[in-house]
Every structure is written in structure tokens, then in C-alpha cells.
Design a protein around this ligand. Structure first.
Ligand SMILES: CC(C)(COP(=O)(O)OP(=O)(O)OC[C@H]1O[C@@H](n2cnc3c(N)ncnc32)[C@H](O)[C@@H]1OP(=O)(O)O)[C@@H](O)C(=O)NCCC(=O)NCCS
Length: 151
């Protein structure tokens, strides 16, 4: 008999001003913030233009998952993929990624890419479970404001 999975139905919406503090707290709890990334500035930048947003997933009143999603005119990207640490393995991560995929599909973007920090390689199993494959790509990066890259 086929195994059926229940994916929780999150109420997904674009982030609002009133959500910002709770979203930053969630990202901190998930270990997603870094000294060189100001999360409030990252949120403001993602909300500035219509090609990116932060989607918030709620179960009841509680924010349980987030994703920053956007596109560069060619590919879609996600950042700050997070599920409440107290509520892991319930399908919230999958559900918020589904919402990001739907958001990109609606803009006509055919492919979603994402970066995983080497020290967070364990999260690869999550992405593989939801249909992502490791790309044979080397990523190069450069700060455009003159900063030295963090070591
Ligand atoms: C990654 C994260 C969003 C997953 O959220 P989640 O709600 O626990 O994931 P789900 O319950 O939707 O899991 C979906 C699938 O991935 C699998 N999975 C999730 N986390 C996993 C892990 N750490 N290791 C192995 N498999 C995992 C689940 O077993 C499930 O597989 P299945 O559908 O085949 O049973 C969450 O662990 C998180 O917020 N991590 C910290 C932040 C982070 O590292 N984000 C990614 C940055 S690149």
C-alpha cells in the first residue's frame, strides 16, 4: 500500500513590518545569522523590489517557517530557509519551500538554486528529500563594497 504523507497547510504570506522582530529571532534560533549579514538590512533589501520577498509560514498565530525568495531575471534563489527548532520534522520546511517554488513559478522562473554553507552540509538531506540535486558548480563571490571576505 502506498505511503501517503500529510504536509501541514501553512498560511503563507509576505512578511509585514510587524513580523520583522519575530523573523529575526527565528533566524537567530536557527543559527542562520552571521556577523557580516545584518538581518534587518537583509529583510529591508529583499522587500525593496518586486523580484524578491520573504515568505512567512504560520501555523495558527505562530510564525513557524520562513524563506527569502527572489530571482535575478534568470534563476530563482532562496535564503533564510528556516523552520522553528521546536517544530522540526513536521513538514514545515517542505511546505515553505513549496511556497517559494510556487512564488517563482508564478513569475515564470524555471529553476531554483540555493547555497549551503560547508559547515551546514548536513542540511543536504533535507534538500534531497524535497527533490533537489547537488549541482556540479563552483560558486565564486566578491563583496562589491570593498569588504574582505569572512574567513
Ligand atoms: C532545514 C530545515 C528548514 C528543515 O525543516 P523541517 O521542517 O524540519 O523539514 P521537513 O519536516 O519539511 O522535512 C522534509 C524532509 O526533509 C528531511 N529532513 C529534514 N531535516 C533533515 C535533516 N537534518 N537530516 C535529514 N533529513 C532531514 C525530513 O526527514 C523530510 O523527509 P521525508 O519527507 O522524506 O520524510 C530546518 O531543519 C532548519 O530550519 N534548519 C536550520 C536552518 C538551516 O540550516 N536552513 C537551511 C540553510 S541552507
Amino acid at each position: 500500500m502506498p505511503v501517503t504523507k500529510t504536509i501541514p497547510a501553512l498560511a503563507v504570506a509576505d512578511i509585514a513590518d510587524a513580523d520583522v522582530a519575530a523573523v529575526i529571532a527565528l533566524w537567530q534560533a536557527c543559527g542562520l545569522t552571521r556577523p557580516w549579514n545584518d538581518p534587518a538590512a537583509d529583510i529591508a533589501l529583499a522587500r525593496r523590489e518586486p523580484n524578491s520577498t520573504i515568505l512567512i509560514g504560520r501555523d495558527g498565530d505562530a510564525i513557524v517557517a520562513t524563506v527569502m525568495v527572489g530571482h535575478d531575471g534568470h534563476r530563482g534563489w532562496v535564503y533564510y530557509v528556516a523552520a522553528d527548532p521546536k517544530l522540526r520534522a513536521k513538514g514545515y520546511g517542505r511546505a515553505i519551500m513549496n511556497a517559494a517554488e510556487d512564488w517563482l513559478r508564478a513569475t515564470g522562473i524555471p529553476k531554483l538554486q540555493l547555497l549551503v554553507r560547508r559547515e551546514n552540509a548536513g542540511v543536504a538531506a533535507f534538500y534531497q528529500s524535497i527533490g533537489y540535486e547537488e549541482a556540479q558548480t563552483i560558486v565564486f563571490a566578491k563583496w562589491l563594497d570593498g569588504r574582505e571576505p569572512p574567513r
